[in-house]
Ligand binder design. Structure first.
Ligand SMILES: [Cu+2]
Length: 215
């Protein structure tokens, strides 16, 4: 590989690392807003429905136990959305669940909290009493088809959201959990692809490929 190819790759490495580092920061997928607050009393959480069938944040951890939780739910998208917290503790709802299966789940395990917003900029405020024992729960949007598109997340009371839960993947989203490691791995993938393209172009344009690149 020539000097030009190497310098191209070096530049891509730097740009990829910068993009990776930046992509982990502006929109954290989870918040741990209540770690310092004791059980009892009250607290508030804010969550938004965002374009591409998502929530921001996607995880909310360390919400105080046995407390009055005020929920501020905002529609930052153009579609109507809902925010329903399942009361089935420690259950990751299969992403294959259809509307009938979701209805059955929520009739057996009535929502801890349910809210809806109907248009861009709409807000909904309400409250519920949080569970008295530590645990995590899934929340989702039950507008037709939205769960299947990945409109769900997790909330944990009296503990952080477990790190092994599967967060949704949205079509245009760079998969990042905010972890620098994952961002760097993404950068490495970009570097490998670009290096492959550079090598392929050199092979294609060379009259005779150098011996080390022949099969
Ligand atoms: Cu929705």
């Amino acid at each position: 590989m020539g000097r030009r190819g190497l310098s191209t790759i070096a530049a891509v490495v730097l740009v990829s690392l910068a993009v990776g580092a930046a992509s982990g920061q502006p929109l954290p997928r989870g918040v741990e807003a209540f770690g310092s607050q004791p059980a009892g009393g009250s607290a508030s959480i804010s969550i938004a429905a965002v374009p591409d069938y998502g929530y921001q944040p996607e995880t909310i951890g360390n919400v105080p136990l046995n407390a009055i939780i005020t929920v501020n739910f905002t529609d930052d998208d153009v579609l109507p959305h809902t925010f329903n917290i399942s009361s089935r503790e420690g259950f990751e709802i299969p992403t294959s669940y259809n509307a009938a299966q979701l209805n059955k789940l929520f009739s057996e395990y009535p929502a801890l909290y349910a809210a809806s917003v109907g248009y861009e900029g709409a807000t909904s405020t309400g409250s519920f009493t949080s569970p008295s024992a530590p645990g995590w729960y899934e929340f989702l949007c039950n507008e037709s088809g939205h769960f299947a598109e990945g409109m769900y997340g997790f909330i944990a009371f009296g503990e952080p959201v477990p790190s092994n839960l599967t967060l949704p993947h949205h079509g245009s989203e760079i998969p990042t959990t905010g972890s620098p490691l994952i961002a760097i791995l993404g950068g490495v993938v970009i570097v490998v692809v670009v290096a492959g393209v550079v090598i392929w172009r050199r092979r294609r344009s060379a009259y005779r490929p150098p011996p080390e690149l022949r099969h």
